[in-house]
Structures are given as C-alpha cells and as structure tokens.
Write a protein that binds this ligand. Structure first.
Ligand SMILES: Cc1ncc(COP(=O)(O)O)c(C=O)c1O
Length: 393
C-alpha cells in the first residue's frame, strides 16, 4: 500500500485519543464551547466594506502576473515603504512558506523552527521534503520568553540548515524577538549562509509588550523573506491572500526574485477579486487591527482577573502579543487528562500544551479572539473547574 505514495506525509496520523474523547463527549449530547478557536469569521471579526471591495469589475478579466497584480502590490508597497517588485502575493502565508522552502531547500535539507511553535510548520516543511530542526525558547516568569541563542548557534553549525524561521510574535508563546535577538539573528544567518524566514502575521497585535514589534523586512544582512497576509492582519482567512517581502543584499534579492517569480508563475494561485480589493481593504487595516487588539487585551485582562494574583495556583504566562494566551496549571495530571477534565466539568474545549511542543505538561492554550462576553463565560467556567479539580486532589 505505502509503495503507491510519497513518503513526504510520513505515517498518516490517526485521530488522536484526545480528539476521539472530545468527539465522544459531543456525541453524548453535550455541546462544548471552543475556547481555542482562532477562526475570526466565527467571532464577529469582519472588517467593513469587504463585499463591496470584492466587486471590482476589473476582476472579470484575467491579467496573470506571477508576482500578483501591480495595483495590489503598489498599495501594499506604499504601506510597507518598499519596492513593489520585492513583493510576491500568494494564496496565504502557509503557501508563502511552501514557496520559501521550494526556493531555499532541496529535498532532505533542513530548516530551523522555534519550539514551542505552531505544529503546521512540520507539515509545510514535510510536504516540501524538508526537515524541521527545532530551536528552543525558554520562559522566565514574569519576564517572558527568550531564544536560547547558544543552542541556536550550535544547531546552525551542526545541521547547516538552509533557512532559519522566526515567528514574530511566536504562536503560542506570544513572544516578540527581543532587541538583542532581533539584531543577532540576521548576523547569524549571514555567517552560516542561511536565509531568514520571518513570519509576521501577528506583528501588530501587541499586548503585554506595550507596543508593536519590529519587522525584519528592512534589514539587509541576509536574504530575508518576510511573510504576512490578510488571514490575521485583517481577520480574513477566507479571502486567501498572503504575501512575501524580499529583502537583504541586492544581488541575493535579485536572484531570489527571479526564482520566486518562476515558482509563483507555476501556480498563479491568487484570485483577481481579492487582489483588486486589496487597496480598499488596506485603507481600513490600521483602525480594524486596533479594534481587534483592544478585544485581545480585554480578554487577556479577563483571564488574569479570573486566575487571580500571584497567590493563585494557576498562572497566565506573559503574553507580549498575538491571539493566544497560555495558562499554566499545577501538574496534577497529564495534558490530555487536563483538557478532558475541563471539557467534562466546564463544557469548554481548549488546546493542550503538547500540541505546540511545550517542554512539559500542565499548559493549556486559549484563543483571545472570542467575543468578550463569550470569552468571559467560557474562561470563567474553565477556571472554576480547574480550581475545583485542584481542591479535590
Ligand atoms: C504563526 C502563524 N503563521 C501562519 C499561519 C497561517 O496563516 P494563513 O492563514 O495565512 O495561511 C498561522 C495559522 O494560524 C500561524 O499561527
């Protein structure tokens, strides 16, 4: 059977025991509120004027451009203060990752990715026959997350990866690159001949950081692909538009652009309606993002209030930005048991820390994008259930 198929997918994953157990709870008639849901369209987060913006009559004519329609790239370039010829539109930032790996890697090569991190990257790399080598982020309360730079340097020397992926801020840790990391990482990439892939889909959503993070898009020490898209920036994953910005030494950027153009031309994957809508959509981007950020901040504050102060047995980890908060619980059971107990006692489903490769049990991830009243109800049920579980031990 396996002889028919590519090994890129590895062993096909079965449904996890946890998702089967959650399905069984739902099948028994109990509905579960999904407190980890990160689909903004389910939580009333839609920017104004989207349907009008999509109805541009020019979208009925097909004018293929591998980099994406120039009027869309011009509008984006005006915001990013860059040359539109350095921008490539794709159907999503996930597709932009796939193109970045096609551009930088041969089958069997590896890339460095953060751990904890979003599990999708293993698949995105695996589908390009590329291996992910994780580098560690470590947490110190209340200061937040740091990259282990010594380990990162040692991994670069040992594995000779073709690219280093940074996620700024990272999901689920919510950590932006610290100033020293921001400067050291491009230097490290330049000295090991690695490209830098900077995922900035959550960049404007600062929370405990007190201000937005800095994009890698302007640095020029190493070849850099900065990824972003409408999915998070404007809460429009259903429109399918992402982008890659190239920066770095001019000769490398020029060669990367030639090659990326060929890759993009092979797919021509972005639809005309969304490209034609982009200039109009971007006009409301900042005010829309501000509103979403205020909702995230309100929900994070609610979670802190429910968990309680420093005497609480539970702790909300520092969350500099992004859409996810991590709650640390006393280690009284495995992550799987913890999530199941929350589902049974609170009627709420959350993601376990192991989903993101946390280095130990006792963490759950909650989404901060829910409508604040719904968030407060679900988070309160979860925290009450956790406190009761702890008392029962
Ligand atoms: C850090 C990060 N980057 C990229 C993506 C994928 O976004 P897109 O919808 O643009 O493919 C996700 C999805 O949640 C994410 O968490």
């Amino acid at each position: 059977m396996d002889a028919h198929f590519s090994g890129r997918l590895g062993t096909m994953p079965d449904a996890s025991p946890l998702s089967l157990a959650l399905d069984a709870i739902r099948a028994s008639g109990r509905s579960l509120v999904n407190l980890s849901d990160s689909n903004p369209s389910k939580h009333g987060l839609v920017p104004p004027g989207v349907l009008d913006a999509l109805s541009d009559v020019r979208s009925l004519s097909y004018e293929p451009d591998p980099r994406g329609l120039i009027r869309a790239r011009d509008a984006l370039a005006a915001r990013l203060l860059c040359n539109p010829e350095r921008l490539f539109l794709s159907a999503s930032s996930s597709e932009a990752y796939a193109w970045a790996f096609k551009l930088c890697c041969d089958p069997g090569d590896c890339v460095l990715v953060p751990r904890p991190g979003y599990p999708l990257f293993d698949w995105l790399a695996g589908l390009e026959a590329v291996r992910c080598v994780p580098y560690s982020l470590y947490y110190t309360h209340p200061y937040g997350w740091r990259i282990d730079m010594d380990e990162l340097t040692a991994l670069a020397a040992k594995h000779r990866p073709k690219a280093l992926v940074v996620i700024n801020p990272n999901n689920p840790t919510g950590s932006y690159l610290a100033q020293d990391e921001y400067h050291a990482i491009p230097q490290l990439c330049a000295s090991f001949g690695m490209s830098l892939v900077s995922d900035e889909v959550f960049l404007p959503y600062w929370l405990d950081a007190g201000g937005p993070g800095q994009s890698m898009g302007n640095q020029d020490s190493c070849l850099t692909l900065t990824l972003d898209g409408l999915s998070k920036r404007m809460c429009l994953p259903q429109l399918k538009l992402g982008w890659t910005r190239l920066s770095g030494p001019d000769d490398l950027v020029a060669e990367a652009a030639r090659r990326l153009e060929l890759i993009a031309d092979t797919y021509l994957s972005v639809g005309a309606p969304v490209m034609n809508a982009l200039p109009t959509l971007l006009a409301t981007a900042d005010s829309f993002t501000d509103g979403v950020r205020r909702r995230l901040a309100q929900n994070l504050q609610t979670l802190h209030r429910l968990v309680g102060g420093p005497d609480s047995a539970f702790r909300v980890l520092r969350c500099d930005g992004g859409w996810t908060a991590l709650l640390q619980c006393p280690h009284i059971m495995s992550d799987e048991e913890l999530v199941l107990a929350i589902a049974k006692h609170a009627g709420v489903s959350v993601q376990p820390g192991y989903f993101f490769d946390m280095d130990r049990d006792g963490f759950v991830a909650v989404s901060l994008i829910l409508e604040p009243t719904a968030f407060a109800q679900a988070a309160s049920a979860m925290v009450d259930a956790l406190k009761q579980m702890l008392q029962a031990v």
